[in-house]
Design a protein around this ligand. Structure first.
Ligand SMILES: [Cu+2]
Length: 350
């Protein structure tokens, strides 16, 4: 049934844990609306025939429907909408909540290519290699304009915005190669902004990752590549120095004119307004662009806005820098334009 409907509706393969759930809701909505539309059409035809005007007959002026009919007409659609909402909401929460322990991959959109970087290496263009059956969290950002990372077979689509991180996750259930697209018109070569998602068996993936890292290590030993030069973290530190953020912010835990950046990332922050927010990527970016939107409790609102002064990539780099200032050790950094190696061929043939 699932397979039949998938084909009839021209849906792509179902290659992630989301795909089937998303499709089931889709079938449910489309089948009920089809049925309702058909029913209404047939009723209309029946009425046209049954109640057509006959010679010498006078039409009745008014017809009042009984309350039970009114209740039915309101109740049935309302129930359906609420059921759809219920299923959709549960699925949405699932789709938006990456499980703990998911593997992180940084995704950067850039006119007109996708760049994928694994914490600790490697990085490469236009091919995302992932293991089957393990959750993968994508942290997306953009170097220039808004892009959107779309993998139809996984039923995921997530905007990549300049100057901030957005995230999404998936668990691939099928091995093979699946196309990924940019789903946000981003310029003349938008339609060429494609990538491949390659799903390998978990063991195969581990072997691939290890061999990629070994290659990286060898080149590093030879001085041809290194794991950290030109890292986003370092760029962020330089941008913070350049824009004199550190006049007001410390990185050692002491409060200054502004709050310290040490351990700021993911910290619940109490605001002047009495609310508490978690200092995630979105909050950090907003704090730079619109500092008065959320003022931290106990500080004067003296921070100037950096809207128009910090470029998108700079803001993203500073966020990465702040992320790295964690006592628990720096999170894996996304390398940006380091002359990293492109991926080597996959060890197995398929
Ligand atoms: Cu794009």
């Amino acid at each position: 049934m699932n397979e039949f409907l998938r084909r009839v509706l021209f849906l792509p393969e179902q290659a992630s844990t989301f795909a089937k759930r998303v499709d089931l809701l889709h079938y449910f909505v489309i089948l009920t609306t089809f049925a309702a539309a058909t029913l209404i059409f047939l009723t209309a035809v029946w009425f046209v025939v049954r109640y057509r005007r006959r010679r010498g007959e006078r039409t009745s002026a008014r017809f009042a429907s009984p309350p039970w009919l009114e209740a039915l007409i309101v109740g049935v659609p309302l129930t359906l909408f609420l059921v759809w909402f219920g299923i959709g909401y549960a699925d949405y929460v699932w789709l938006r909540t990456p499980p703990k322990g998911a593997m992180d991959v940084y995704v950067m959109g850039k006119q007109w290519m996708w760049k994928f970087a694994y914490p600790g290496g490697p990085n490469g263009l236009d091919r995302l290699v992932v293991p089957e059956g393990r959750p993968v969290r994508l942290l997306l950002t953009s170097r220039d304009v808004i892009h959107s990372f779309f993998v139809p077979a996984f039923r995921i689509k997530q905007d990549a915005l300049p100057g901030r991180y957005s995230e999404t996750f998936f668990t691939a259930t099928r091995r093979g190669s699946f196309p990924a697209f940019c789903a946000e018109y981003c310029g003349t070569a938008h339609s060429m902004m494609r990538a491949e998602v390659l799903v390998l068996a978990a063991a195969e993936f581990d072997a691939w990752l290890a061999s990629q890292r070994r290659g990286l290590q060898e080149r590093q030993d030879l001085g041809q590549a290194s794991l950290s030069p030109g890292s986003l973290t370092e760029e962020g530190r330089l941008a913070a120095v350049r824009h004199e953020c550190l006049k007001c912010h410390s990185i050692d835990g002491t409060a200054h004119i502004g709050p310290t950046w040490r351990d700021l990332y993911r910290r619940p922050q109490r605001l002047e307004s009495g609310q508490t927010v978690v200092a995630d990527e979105g909050y950090l970016t907003e704090s730079m662009m619109d500092p008065l939107a959320k003022v931290v409790a106990g500080y004067s609102p003296v921070m100037p806005t950096y809207q128009g002064q910090l470029s998108g990539p700079e803001a993203a780099a500073i966020v990465e820098y702040i992320r790295s200032l964690s006592s628990a050790g720096p999170p894996p950094a996304m390398r940006q334009e380091a002359p990293g190696p492109a991926y080597e061929p996959i060890p197995t043939q398929r």
